[in-house]
Design a protein around this ligand. Structure first.
Ligand code: SAM
Length: 280
């Protein structure tokens, strides 16, 4: 017998993975959580049937999410991840020796616990003494903070349910307020092939709040379209004037300073999308 897991990415697009073993599934207070072992990409976390991360391709997303803003900031000490309960973004942030405190704000404590149990390679950093874990709503946490974080990563699920508010202009205004004077945020902003509406909404919301707003790309094969966007908002520093010496000291599988620079070189179909947003 063959077992496959299929994610319905859009009404007209599905992706399927051959499953070796279902390791865990449960209905949490917030979502259906499953961990399966796939033949192609190893262990995989799914929430409400949507692929969140896999052992074999997670490094692209987590490295690109964390290192681009961390090297753009001159000395990030207090950093936060909103969402990201698997721990992958925290693991990458902790590679920067300047980090004194890394806060994870994840709404669903079960994602953290299941990741620690079944995805230890990704979640390992969560037990580091610099990590502070808050199980709660990231929207409420950010609304309470002022001039505190140097870098904030929005490592969220797609903009439905609890994550919807993480893609709004009001939230980005609160992220601006929660950041210090040289603060930088990065949000995962979905696929330029299938989520143009989400890219438009988030790019517009971020650029209305941050003087420097830049979109960059990475290749995540298990996400819709395979090409993934991240949007960076910065109060002062430009991501193409990052600290390249610090970049050379990082041990990574996807990120390098050359990949960092190249990620901002947008193909015309993506650049045109952004030009249209700016003109509107
Ligand atoms: N890399 C992933 C992706 O793009 O599919 C995201 C991974 S991470 C598991 C996303 C997390 O965001 C989920 O565990 C979810 O529970 C959490 N989340 C969603 N809405 C949230 C909110 N309002 N506050 C905090 N965490 C939230």
């Amino acid at each position: 017998m063959q077992l496959w897991v299929t994610e319905k990415q859009t009404d007209s697009l599905c992706i399927s993975f051959k499953v070796k073993e279902i390791l865990h599934q449960e209905q949490t207070e917030f979502q259906h959580l499953a961990i399966v072992d796939t033949e192609q990409y190893g262990r995989m976390l799914l929430l409400d049937g949507v692929v969140q991360t896999t052992i074999d391709d997670e490094f692209v997303y987590h490295e690109m999410m964390a290192h681009v803003p961390m090297l753009t900031h001159p000395e990030p000490k207090k950093v936060a991840v909103i969402g990201g309960g698997d721990g992958g973004s925290i693991r990458e942030l902790l590679k920067h020796p300047s980090v004194e405190e890394a806060t994870l704000v994840e709404i669903d404590g079960r994602v953290i616990e299941a990741s620690k149990e079944f995805l230890p390679e990704i979640a390992a950093g969560l037990s580091d003494p610099r990590v502070k874990i808050i199980v709660g709503d990231g929207i409420a946490h950010i609304a309470e903070m002022e001039n505190y974080y140097d870098v904030i990563l929005i490592d969220s699920t797609d903009p439905v349910g609890a994550a919807f508010g993480l893609f709004t202009e009001e939230f980005y205004a609160n992220v601006y307020k929660a950041l210090t004077a040289e603060g930088i945020m990065v949000a995962q902003t979905e696929s330029p092939f299938v989520n143009q509406d989400i890219i438009e909404r988030s790019f517009r919301g971020i650029s209305q709040n941050f003087p420097v707003t830049e979109l960059y790309l990475g290749c995540v094969p298990t996400y819709p379209g395979g090409l993934w966007s991240f949007t960076l908002g910065s109060k002062k520093h430009h991501p193409l004037e990052a600290n390249w010496e610090r970049a050379d000291q990082l041990k990574t599988k996807y990120y390098t300073k050359e990949v960092h620079r190249a990620a901002f070189q947008l193909p015309p179909f993506v650049q045109e999308q952004l030009d249209r947003i700016v003109q509107k």
